[in-house]
Design a protein around this ligand. Structure first.
Ligand SMILES: Nc1ncnc2c1ncn2[C@@H]1O[C@H](COP(=O)(O)OP(=O)(O)OP(=O)(O)O)[C@@H](O)[C@H]1O
Ligand SMILES: [Mg+2]
Length: 498
């Protein structure tokens, strides 16, 4: 063990109008966990897509396992021992878990053209998946799994290859705490076996927990690298954003205003008999493990899921919100968690994606007022720091975090009274995170009520006025901020008493 397994030197990559990578250098030892950090759009994913053979570099040298490699395809990269788990889930939706994991290596009963041995295949896939979780049936179709489960399948798939380097691009962004812990353990074990790991994450706690070394990227350059044991959070943030950030969590507890939302005995999807209130100026956090019913509940509120029973009262008026359109008219906006699937039209422009929510309002004599659209777009690009060459850029070419900001901008533009944010800062860099928290605070001060689903404890404890904990579809507790601790929230989340 030990010794360098990978060296990328002077890597440069240009896209039309963007210098994505500017002479980047990184190196990785066998058995080392290298955390790659940087703001949204810094070039992390691009660098690793070059490593994986998905993108072609313009300049630079890649040395892997003692030799220079160049001009290889993603499949050849895997054969050489370079496995990548992408930020965007990349699987075959209608195939089963087994087929996904063993995609090019399904065992056969005899020679190359003999029938596939499904029993052996399922057993093999099952063995791999069980190293991560007990909750996935390998004969299930991928598209019946949750995003979190799909991510776990991706990880199992990478583990099935004979890998020397494993790259993980924000692997835990769709995982809950328990799953994240499991994953970090798995990563540590792989490193102990001598596999070099490059780990991209925006979550500081994970970075400190797992990495040996940290490499910071900024504006397409590798700015610094240091041992994790010699780093502290402030230093990393400073190197990432190139300045010191003032307070991360600005929200101070508010004296709640009038009640703007009253939910009673709501039963909808996985959520059962949920009751709560939301006041002006308040941030209510819904906390729970994956599958606790939080998303079902808020989708019901947003008219996106059939409500079996219960009542909703918004600004004193009883409503049913039978469709998202009706919910929007009732001043609710919902920023979904699976923004890729539910929110974005990737091949359309930033302008189109932001202004689509208000397109009816912007219509002048049946034609959309393009000037107004452009103004709105400029406003949000500036306000959220969306990193894009212009409003006319197609969303598909933005970095992951910047795509998320586009969806958030769209919903904020509807100027809701009740804003539902499902995991709003997932995949968003620290600078932008602070920006979004500041925005939430500003909206609260203007009298909005915010419901936030969050998988991050720190965020929940620091931003929420009140925390509604759910477990298996039911509310197991309601905790005011001053009484909330990591322990009592977790206890309630697993269904216990607080
Ligand atoms: N296919 C593409 N076409 C055009 N521009 C691209 C493409 N892929 C990436 N870019 C641009 O390259 C830059 C770096 O993007 P990249 O996705 O590598 O950032 P990142 O560090 O992974 O960010 P995030 O944390 O948001 O995922 C961005 O300005 C992005 O818009
Ligand atoms: Mg990325």
């Amino acid at each position: 063990m030990g010794g360098t397994i990978l060296k990328m030197q002077q890597i440069t990559k240009r896209f039309p109008g963007v210098l994505a990578l500017d002479q980047v250098n990184i190196s990785l030892d066998r058995g080392e966990v290298l955390a790659l950090v940087g703001e949204n759009g810094a070039g992390k994913s691009t660098l690793l897509k070059i490593l994986s053979g998905a993108y072609v570099k313009d300049e630079g040298v890649i040395e892997f396992d003692g030799r220079v490699i160049d001009g290889y395809s993603p499949n050849e990269a895997i054969d050489m021992g370079i496995s990548i788990i992408y930020q965007e889930l990349d699987n075959y939706g209608t195939l089963t878990v087994t087929e996904n994991i063993l995609v090019n290596a399904l065992p056969r009963k005899g020679g190359k053209f003999s029938p596939i041995d499904w029993k052996a295949a399922n057993a093999k896939a099952d063995e791999l998946i069980r190293r991560i979780t007990d909750e996935i049936d390998v004969t299930a179709r991928i598209n019946t799994l949750t995003a979190a489960q799909q991510q776990l399948v991706e990880i199992a798939k990478a583990m099935s290859r004979n890998m020397k380097v494993l790259v993980m691009d924000e692997p835990t962004s769709a995982l809950n705490r328990v799953e994240t812990e499991q994953l970090l353990k798995i990563v540590k074990n792989l490193a102990a076996e001598g596999i070099g790991i490059i780990y991209i994450s925006h979550r500081m706690d994970e970075i400190f927990q797992i990495s040996d070394r940290i490499q910071v990227m900024r504006d397409g350059k590798s700015v610094s690298s240091f041992l994790t044991s010699e780093a502290d959070e402030e230093r990393i943030v400073r190197e990432m954003v190139g300045r010191t950030l003032d307070s991360m969590y600005p929200h101070t507890k508010q004296t709640p205003g009038e009640c703007i939302l009253k939910v009673e005995h709501l039963t909808c999807g996985k959520a059962e008999d949920v009751s709560f209130r939301l006041h002006r100026g308040e941030i209510l956090s819904l906390f729970g493990l994956m599958g606790a019913g939080r998303t079902s509940m808020v989708r019901g509120l947003f008219g996106d899921r059939y409500i079996r029973s219960g009542s909703i009262e918004i600004l004193g008026k009883t409503t049913r919100n039978r469709s998202p359109k009706e919910a929007i008219q009732n001043h609710i906006a919902y920023v979904p968690n699976e923004r890729k699937l539910e929110g974005l039209m990737l091949t359309d422009t930033v302008r189109f994606n932001i202004s689509i929510s208000v397109v009816d309002i912007l219509k002048k004599f049946l034609k959309v007022d393009k000037k107004a659209e452009e103004q709105i777009t400029e406003h949000w690009i500036e306000k959220l720091g969306i990193r894009t060459p212009s409003g006319e850029t197609k969303v598909v070419s933005l970095s992951g975090g910047n795509q998320q900001k586009v969806v958030i901008a769209r919903w904020l533009e509807t100027k809701p009274e009740i804003l539902i944010l499902n995991d709003p800062t997932r995949g968003i860099d620290v600078g932008a995170k602070a920006e979004i928290y500041r925005l939430m605070e500003e909206l609260c001060r203007q009298g909005m009520g915010i419901i936030m689903i969050s998988s991050e404890l720190q965020e929940t404890l620091s931003m929420a006025d009140r925390i509604l904990v759910m477990s298996e579809g039911r509310v197991t507790g309601e905790v005011p901020r001053e009484e909330a601790t990591q322990e009592n929230l977790m206890k309630l989340a697993v269904g216990g008493k607080g």
